[in-house]
Design a binder for this molecule. Structure first.
Ligand SMILES: [Zn+2]
Length: 296
Protein backbone atom coordinates (compact mmCIF):
# COMPACT_ATOMS: atom_id res chain seq x y z
CA UNK A 1 0.00 0.00 0.00
CA UNK A 2 1.67 3.20 -1.17
CA UNK A 3 -1.03 5.84 -0.57
CA UNK A 4 -1.54 5.92 3.18
CA UNK A 5 -3.52 9.16 3.43
CA UNK A 6 -6.91 8.98 5.11
CA UNK A 7 -8.04 12.51 4.40
CA UNK A 8 -10.78 11.33 2.09
CA UNK A 9 -14.18 10.68 3.64
CA UNK A 10 -14.50 7.06 2.63
CA UNK A 11 -15.03 3.47 3.64
CA UNK A 12 -12.37 1.02 2.50
CA UNK A 13 -11.78 -2.71 2.71
CA UNK A 14 -8.55 -4.69 2.85
CA UNK A 15 -7.33 -8.26 2.78
CA UNK A 16 -4.08 -9.48 4.27
CA UNK A 17 -2.02 -11.92 2.21
CA UNK A 18 -0.66 -13.44 5.42
CA UNK A 19 -4.05 -13.61 7.20
CA UNK A 20 -6.43 -14.61 4.39
CA UNK A 21 -9.22 -15.72 6.70
CA UNK A 22 -10.23 -12.19 7.63
CA UNK A 23 -11.12 -8.93 6.03
CA UNK A 24 -10.74 -5.44 7.40
CA UNK A 25 -12.93 -2.39 6.81
CA UNK A 26 -12.18 1.19 7.83
CA UNK A 27 -14.24 4.36 7.72
CA UNK A 28 -12.98 7.91 8.05
CA UNK A 29 -15.29 10.95 8.11
CA UNK A 30 -14.19 14.57 8.41
CA UNK A 31 -16.00 17.35 6.53
CA UNK A 32 -18.91 15.05 5.71
CA UNK A 33 -19.88 14.58 9.33
CA UNK A 34 -19.99 18.32 9.85
CA UNK A 35 -22.04 18.86 6.68
CA UNK A 36 -24.41 16.20 7.98
CA UNK A 37 -24.90 17.55 11.51
CA UNK A 38 -23.86 21.22 11.81
CA UNK A 39 -27.26 22.61 10.79
CA UNK A 40 -29.03 20.52 13.46
CA UNK A 41 -27.70 22.47 16.48
CA UNK A 42 -27.66 19.40 18.70
CA UNK A 43 -25.75 19.17 22.01
CA UNK A 44 -22.13 18.14 21.50
CA UNK A 45 -22.66 14.83 23.31
CA UNK A 46 -25.49 13.91 20.93
CA UNK A 47 -23.46 15.03 17.90
CA UNK A 48 -20.53 12.82 18.93
CA UNK A 49 -22.81 9.79 19.31
CA UNK A 50 -24.51 10.45 15.96
CA UNK A 51 -21.08 10.60 14.32
CA UNK A 52 -20.10 7.25 15.78
CA UNK A 53 -23.46 5.72 14.88
CA UNK A 54 -23.13 6.83 11.26
CA UNK A 55 -19.54 5.54 11.11
CA UNK A 56 -20.86 2.18 12.31
CA UNK A 57 -23.62 2.27 9.66
CA UNK A 58 -20.93 2.82 7.00
CA UNK A 59 -18.94 -0.20 8.25
CA UNK A 60 -22.00 -2.49 8.39
CA UNK A 61 -23.30 -1.35 4.99
CA UNK A 62 -19.93 -2.14 3.43
CA UNK A 63 -19.63 -5.43 5.31
CA UNK A 64 -22.97 -6.76 4.06
CA UNK A 65 -22.55 -5.59 0.44
CA UNK A 66 -26.20 -5.18 -0.50
CA UNK A 67 -28.03 -2.55 -2.57
CA UNK A 68 -30.08 -0.47 -0.19
CA UNK A 69 -29.84 1.24 3.18
CA UNK A 70 -28.27 0.23 6.48
CA UNK A 71 -30.15 1.96 9.30
CA UNK A 72 -29.00 2.01 12.93
CA UNK A 73 -31.43 3.41 15.47
CA UNK A 74 -31.12 3.86 19.23
CA UNK A 75 -34.16 4.42 21.41
CA UNK A 76 -33.64 4.89 25.13
CA UNK A 77 -34.89 6.33 28.39
CA UNK A 78 -32.06 8.89 28.77
CA UNK A 79 -31.92 12.55 27.71
CA UNK A 80 -31.08 11.45 24.14
CA UNK A 81 -34.35 9.70 23.42
CA UNK A 82 -33.65 8.71 19.82
CA UNK A 83 -30.74 8.61 17.38
CA UNK A 84 -30.75 7.30 13.86
CA UNK A 85 -27.97 6.94 11.29
CA UNK A 86 -28.21 5.67 7.74
CA UNK A 87 -25.70 4.70 5.08
CA UNK A 88 -26.76 3.66 1.59
CA UNK A 89 -24.83 1.28 -0.62
CA UNK A 90 -23.91 4.32 -2.72
CA UNK A 91 -22.23 5.89 0.32
CA UNK A 92 -24.92 8.46 1.13
CA UNK A 93 -25.18 9.13 4.88
CA UNK A 94 -27.60 11.04 7.07
CA UNK A 95 -28.29 11.14 10.80
CA UNK A 96 -30.43 12.91 13.34
CA UNK A 97 -31.37 12.73 17.02
CA UNK A 98 -34.05 13.78 19.48
CA UNK A 99 -33.16 14.89 22.96
CA UNK A 100 -34.46 16.55 26.10
CA UNK A 101 -32.20 18.41 28.53
CA UNK A 102 -28.79 16.72 28.28
CA UNK A 103 -27.29 18.72 31.18
CA UNK A 104 -24.15 17.21 32.66
CA UNK A 105 -24.75 13.73 31.25
CA UNK A 106 -21.62 12.66 29.41
CA UNK A 107 -21.28 8.87 29.38
CA UNK A 108 -23.10 6.77 26.81
CA UNK A 109 -25.16 5.10 29.53
CA UNK A 110 -26.19 8.41 31.11
CA UNK A 111 -27.09 9.85 27.71
CA UNK A 112 -29.21 7.02 26.31
CA UNK A 113 -30.37 5.19 29.46
CA UNK A 114 -31.96 1.82 28.94
CA UNK A 115 -33.48 0.78 25.64
CA UNK A 116 -32.34 -0.83 22.46
CA UNK A 117 -30.27 -0.46 19.31
CA UNK A 118 -31.98 -1.66 16.14
CA UNK A 119 -29.99 -2.79 13.09
CA UNK A 120 -32.16 -2.56 9.98
CA UNK A 121 -31.18 -3.80 6.53
CA UNK A 122 -33.48 -2.14 3.99
CA UNK A 123 -32.63 -3.58 0.57
CA UNK A 124 -33.88 -2.00 -2.66
CA UNK A 125 -35.13 -5.45 -3.61
CA UNK A 126 -36.12 -8.15 -1.18
CA UNK A 127 -37.23 -8.29 2.42
CA UNK A 128 -36.41 -5.72 5.07
CA UNK A 129 -34.60 -7.29 8.03
CA UNK A 130 -34.26 -5.97 11.58
CA UNK A 131 -32.22 -7.19 14.54
CA UNK A 132 -32.33 -5.71 18.04
CA UNK A 133 -29.77 -5.53 20.83
CA UNK A 134 -30.40 -4.03 24.30
CA UNK A 135 -28.37 -0.99 25.41
CA UNK A 136 -26.37 -2.98 27.94
CA UNK A 137 -22.91 -1.76 27.04
CA UNK A 138 -21.05 1.46 27.76
CA UNK A 139 -20.59 2.43 24.10
CA UNK A 140 -22.11 2.09 20.64
CA UNK A 141 -19.27 -0.21 19.60
CA UNK A 142 -19.88 -2.34 22.71
CA UNK A 143 -23.59 -2.73 21.86
CA UNK A 144 -22.78 -3.67 18.27
CA UNK A 145 -20.14 -6.18 19.36
CA UNK A 146 -22.80 -7.78 21.56
CA UNK A 147 -25.08 -7.81 18.54
CA UNK A 148 -22.44 -9.61 16.48
CA UNK A 149 -21.86 -12.14 19.26
CA UNK A 150 -25.58 -12.85 19.49
CA UNK A 151 -26.56 -12.90 15.86
CA UNK A 152 -23.60 -13.41 13.55
CA UNK A 153 -22.19 -16.77 12.71
CA UNK A 154 -19.01 -15.10 11.55
CA UNK A 155 -16.62 -13.59 14.07
CA UNK A 156 -16.95 -9.83 13.72
CA UNK A 157 -15.63 -6.98 15.86
CA UNK A 158 -15.68 -3.24 15.47
CA UNK A 159 -14.07 -0.22 17.08
CA UNK A 160 -15.22 3.44 16.89
CA UNK A 161 -13.67 6.71 18.05
CA UNK A 162 -14.13 10.40 17.34
CA UNK A 163 -12.48 13.73 18.03
CA UNK A 164 -13.57 17.27 17.24
CA UNK A 165 -12.78 17.08 13.54
CA UNK A 166 -12.93 13.42 12.52
CA UNK A 167 -14.57 10.11 13.35
CA UNK A 168 -13.07 6.74 12.53
CA UNK A 169 -14.03 3.09 12.66
CA UNK A 170 -12.46 -0.30 12.11
CA UNK A 171 -14.24 -3.60 11.57
CA UNK A 172 -12.63 -7.01 11.24
CA UNK A 173 -14.53 -10.07 10.13
CA UNK A 174 -13.68 -13.68 9.58
CA UNK A 175 -14.37 -14.61 5.96
CA UNK A 176 -16.52 -17.68 5.33
CA UNK A 177 -15.16 -20.17 2.86
CA UNK A 178 -17.39 -21.53 0.13
CA UNK A 179 -20.28 -23.43 1.65
CA UNK A 180 -20.60 -20.91 4.50
CA UNK A 181 -18.11 -22.42 6.94
CA UNK A 182 -15.42 -20.27 8.49
CA UNK A 183 -11.86 -21.10 7.63
CA UNK A 184 -9.80 -22.80 10.26
CA UNK A 185 -7.19 -20.24 11.15
CA UNK A 186 -7.47 -19.48 14.82
CA UNK A 187 -3.91 -18.30 15.10
CA UNK A 188 -4.23 -15.56 12.49
CA UNK A 189 -7.71 -14.49 13.58
CA UNK A 190 -6.52 -14.19 17.16
CA UNK A 191 -3.46 -12.29 15.95
CA UNK A 192 -5.66 -9.85 14.05
CA UNK A 193 -7.95 -9.30 17.04
CA UNK A 194 -4.99 -8.78 19.33
CA UNK A 195 -3.36 -6.31 16.95
CA UNK A 196 -6.63 -4.42 16.44
CA UNK A 197 -7.06 -4.15 20.22
CA UNK A 198 -3.85 -2.11 20.40
CA UNK A 199 -5.45 0.88 18.59
CA UNK A 200 -5.77 4.03 20.61
CA UNK A 201 -8.88 6.19 20.30
CA UNK A 202 -6.67 8.99 19.00
CA UNK A 203 -5.27 6.84 16.17
CA UNK A 204 -8.67 5.47 15.26
CA UNK A 205 -10.37 8.86 15.20
CA UNK A 206 -7.75 10.51 13.02
CA UNK A 207 -6.09 7.78 10.93
CA UNK A 208 -8.80 5.21 10.11
CA UNK A 209 -7.71 4.33 6.61
CA UNK A 210 -4.62 2.90 4.93
CA UNK A 211 -2.30 4.51 7.50
CA UNK A 212 -4.02 2.80 10.43
CA UNK A 213 -4.11 -0.53 8.60
CA UNK A 214 -0.41 -0.23 7.83
CA UNK A 215 0.44 0.69 11.43
CA UNK A 216 -1.50 -2.24 12.86
CA UNK A 217 -1.13 -4.99 10.29
CA UNK A 218 1.89 -4.24 8.06
CA UNK A 219 3.51 -7.56 8.98
CA UNK A 220 0.49 -9.35 7.45
CA UNK A 221 0.87 -7.72 3.99
CA UNK A 222 -2.46 -5.86 3.81
CA UNK A 223 -3.89 -4.93 0.39
CA UNK A 224 -6.49 -2.18 0.05
CA UNK A 225 -9.34 -2.06 -2.46
CA UNK A 226 -10.86 1.01 -4.11
CA UNK A 227 -12.45 3.32 -1.52
CA UNK A 228 -16.18 4.07 -1.52
CA UNK A 229 -16.57 7.82 -1.09
CA UNK A 230 -19.01 8.84 1.64
CA UNK A 231 -21.20 11.90 1.18
CA UNK A 232 -24.04 13.56 3.04
CA UNK A 233 -27.39 13.41 1.28
CA UNK A 234 -31.05 13.13 2.13
CA UNK A 235 -33.72 11.00 0.54
CA UNK A 236 -36.56 13.25 1.63
CA UNK A 237 -38.96 14.71 -0.94
CA UNK A 238 -42.19 16.66 -1.09
CA UNK A 239 -43.99 13.47 -2.03
CA UNK A 240 -42.54 11.57 0.95
CA UNK A 241 -43.41 14.30 3.43
CA UNK A 242 -46.93 14.41 1.95
CA UNK A 243 -47.32 10.75 2.89
CA UNK A 244 -47.05 11.73 6.56
CA UNK A 245 -49.87 14.22 6.09
CA UNK A 246 -51.98 11.75 4.12
CA UNK A 247 -51.64 9.28 6.97
CA UNK A 248 -53.57 11.70 9.20
CA UNK A 249 -56.75 11.12 7.15
CA UNK A 250 -59.19 13.47 5.48
CA UNK A 251 -61.05 14.72 8.55
CA UNK A 252 -57.94 15.67 10.50
CA UNK A 253 -56.29 17.27 7.47
CA UNK A 254 -59.34 19.43 6.78
CA UNK A 255 -59.42 20.43 10.44
CA UNK A 256 -55.72 21.37 10.38
CA UNK A 257 -56.18 23.55 7.30
CA UNK A 258 -59.22 25.17 8.92
CA UNK A 259 -57.01 26.12 11.89
CA UNK A 260 -54.01 27.40 9.91
CA UNK A 261 -53.50 28.51 6.32
CA UNK A 262 -50.20 26.67 5.86
CA UNK A 263 -48.90 23.36 7.17
CA UNK A 264 -45.13 23.10 7.50
CA UNK A 265 -43.10 19.90 7.75
CA UNK A 266 -39.34 20.08 8.36
CA UNK A 267 -36.97 17.26 7.45
CA UNK A 268 -34.89 16.72 10.60
CA UNK A 269 -32.08 15.14 8.61
CA UNK A 270 -31.36 17.95 6.14
CA UNK A 271 -33.42 20.95 7.23
CA UNK A 272 -35.53 21.08 4.05
CA UNK A 273 -38.91 22.72 4.71
CA UNK A 274 -42.05 21.49 2.96
CA UNK A 275 -45.14 23.69 3.02
CA UNK A 276 -48.71 22.88 2.10
CA UNK A 277 -51.65 25.24 1.79
CA UNK A 278 -55.36 24.84 1.25
CA UNK A 279 -54.82 24.52 -2.50
CA UNK A 280 -52.74 21.37 -1.87
CA UNK A 281 -55.55 19.67 0.03
CA UNK A 282 -57.12 18.08 -3.04
CA UNK A 283 -54.00 16.24 -4.16
CA UNK A 284 -53.06 15.42 -0.57
CA UNK A 285 -56.37 13.57 -0.32
CA UNK A 286 -55.82 11.85 -3.65
CA UNK A 287 -53.04 9.51 -4.73
CA UNK A 288 -51.82 12.08 -7.23
CA UNK A 289 -48.22 13.36 -7.27
CA UNK A 290 -47.61 16.94 -6.06
CA UNK A 291 -48.86 19.80 -8.22
CA UNK A 292 -45.92 20.80 -10.41
CA UNK A 293 -46.19 24.48 -9.47
CA UNK A 294 -45.64 23.63 -5.80
CA UNK A 295 -42.66 21.36 -6.24
CA UNK A 296 -39.73 22.54 -4.16
ZN1 LIG B 1 -34.21 15.69 4.13
Amino acid sequence: MTDLTADQDAVRSYLCDLAPEARLITVHLGETKNAMLDHQKMPMAAKTLCEELVAAACLLSHMLKFDGEMILQIKGSGPITMMVAECSSAGRIRSTAQWTKVGAASTFTDLVGTGYLAVTVNPIQGERYQGIVPLESSSISGCLNHYFEDSEQLNTKLWLASNQSTVGGLLIQRIPEEGGQSLQGHLNWETLSTLANTITDHELASDAGPLLIYKLFHELDPRGFDPCTIKFGCSCSRERSARALRALGETELEQLFAEQPTLTLDCHFCGQVYQYDQADLEWLLSDQPPRSDTLQ
